[in-house]
Ligand binder design. Structure first.
Ligand code: ADP
Ligand code: MG
Length: 265
């Protein structure tokens, strides 16, 4: 997607500069500013919605959970409510991570494999409910299938029939795994070829750990090629379709459309 990246045009730019922040980076939805060993993430004005505000609280809850489980994710120290740091915008503050980012989807296998391992480790964290991870760490559904049904219900009529059929092969799970929903390489920071820190775990799910492979299939097949454990191809294909429905809005899912993180596409 083409967009203009000019943080100077944002209403917060001059205030941040006067507070000592400098622009560091940007994504489709956000600008990132740095000051000392901290960075702040703030929405572009066009994305300054309640849903974006909510996503910061979810992101912090997810990072806190992963840190408790010893996972290498960045510490999100604080979320400034509207008016606290800047008028009308919620701001997320986290530690600044030094290192290298490999933006290419098909970068070195040694790097991709570490991303796969990170995802698999995260999926060892379990919980009793299914669906989108909320800021209280829970999700709304009592089964994985019922959550998927709710996603399919939002799909457009042509897709619905096929997607409903596929539900038959979806396993009945007794517990949910933590499933990160973003495998964009821009979220993985390496030093000396080792994965040091993951940022931006923004919209995770509680669900089937195989959903991770569906995400790889939908977003970066190079990651799927680095998976060494056996998986069910049909199920993974199916999850790839559901993933697209959820996050790309390809099946028209209004709630989920702008929660996709498409920054490197
Ligand atoms: N804590 C951080 N340390 C270093 N760089 C960061 C940090 N947070 C974000 N960045 C940079 O800014 C980019 C966008 O930030 P990110 O949190 O991934 O935003 P988005 O949620 O919009 O994808 C990252 O890919 C990275 O290059
Ligand atoms: Mg990101």
């Amino acid at each position: 997607m083409k967009m203009i990246n000019n943080p100077q045009e944002e209403p917060y730019f001059h205030r941040f500069v006067s507070l000592g922040y400098t622009p560091l980076n940007y994504s489709e939805k956000h600008y990132i500013f740095a000051k000392g060993n901290k960075v702040i993430k703030i929405a572009r004005s066009v994305y300054n919605t309640l849903q974006t505000d909510e996503s910061y609280y979810i992101e912090k809850a997810a990072h806190d959970l992963l840190i408790e489980h010893g996972m290498p994710v960045v510490n999100i120290g604080k979320i400034y409510q509207k008016g606290e740091l800047i008028k009308d915008f919620t701001v997320l503050e986290e530690d600044r991570v030094e290192g290298e980012i490999f933006y290419r989807k098909n970068c070195d296998v040694a790097l991709l494999s570490q991303v796969v391992c990170f995802m698999q480790r995260a999926a060892q964290i379990t919980a009793p409910s299914f669906g989108f991870f909320e800021k209280d760490r829970r999700a709304q559904f009592s089964s994985w299938r019922s959550f998927l049904k709710s996603v399919i219900d939002r799909a457009n009529p042509q897709r619905k029939g096929i997607l409903y059929k596929g539900l038959d092969m979806v396993p009945r799970l007794s517990e949910a795994s933590f499933v990160p929903s973003d495998c964009n390489m821009a979220n993985f920071i390496f030093r000396g070829g080792r994965l040091k820190c993951v940022i931006d775990i923004e919209r995770p799910l509680w669900g089937d750990k195989n959903f991770i492979y569906g995400m790889f299939k939908a977003r970066n097949e190079s990651l799927l090629h680095c998976v060494t454990e056996k998986f069910d191809d049909k199920l993974v294909d199916y999850y790839a379709q559901i993933y697209e429905c959820m996050f790309y809005g390809k099946c028209f899912a209004e709630r989920y459309v702008d929660s996709a993180n498409l920054s490197s596409e």
